[in-house]
Design a protein around this ligand. Structure first.
Ligand code: PRP
Ligand code: URA
Length: 206
């Protein structure tokens, strides 16, 4: 199963806090932000760099800068929890939004919003904390590819084997970065053991 798992001890610690049922929205939000910082570093580890020359206070030297722009696309609404760390790490990132919501009865995601920046020639990170059936991720990835994105990466917090398989099959070129690969989906298509409904826990809409 093609997935990159972040095994940093701090990531495991933060994820445990997110999973715990007693964690309320005011504690859930900062845990999600801190964990996303680690995931963002993992997902951008191989970004291309360009050599430049610069002068330190002492002498001339060769330095490195990021070679190209970055695009981050949170899937509304839960993906918004993961946006801020990308803005802090990469202040010149372009941001797009894709609104998708799963039908509670069928678990099929329908699109209600899509606003994308220029994606051609830029690494594009689709961010959504939960990869369950993979329907939402596949829908979003298809939209960004239609817009011209070539180097597309998916960053999530918890993935289910079913979702990873679905994304691997539909988009074998898209690497998946996550903090955990959980056991399975239940009959309502929730990830087990999971952490529940991420959006509801984030915004207190339980
Ligand atoms: C959740 C989650 C993903 C989706 C994953 O969103 O944030 O977008 O479910 O499920 P899938 O892999 O089966 O498509 P939800 O539809 O609950 O909307 P929300 O973010 O507005 O809460
Ligand atoms: N969406 C969530 O928020 N949680 C799940 O377990 C599955 C989909």
């Amino acid at each position: 199963m093609a997935i990159h798992l972040c095994t940093h001890p701090l990531a495991l610690h933060l994820l445990t806090g997110l999973r715990a049922v007693e964690t309320d929205p005011q504690h859930f939000r900062p845990l999600a932000r801190r964990l996303t910082t680690l995931l963002a570093l993992e997902a951008t580890r191989d970004l291309p760099i360009t050599a430049i020359s610069l002068t330190t206070p002492l002498e001339l030297m060769a330095g490195q800068v990021l070679a190209q722009g970055l695009v981050v696309i949170p899937i509304l609404r839960a993906g918004l929890a993961m946006l801020e760390p990308f803005l802090e790490l990469f202040p010149d990132v372009s941001v797009g939004y894709i609104g998708l919501e799963r039908d509670h009865a069928t678990a099929v995601a329908a699109s209600y919003y899509c606003k994308l920046p220029q994606v051609t020639g830029k690494t594009t990170l689709v961010v959504d904390p939960m990869l369950a059936t993979g329907g939402s991720a596949n829908h979003a990835i298809a939209l960004v590819k239609e817009a011209g994105a070539k180097d597309v990466r998916l960053v999530c917090v918890v993935a289910a084997p079913e979702g990873v398989a679905a994304v691997n099959e539909a988009h074998p070129d898209v690497p998946i970065y996550a903090a955990a690969l959980d056991r399975e989906l239940n009959d309502k298509k929730y990830i087990c053991p999971g952490l529940g409904d991420f959006g509801d826990r984030l915004y207190g809409t339980l």
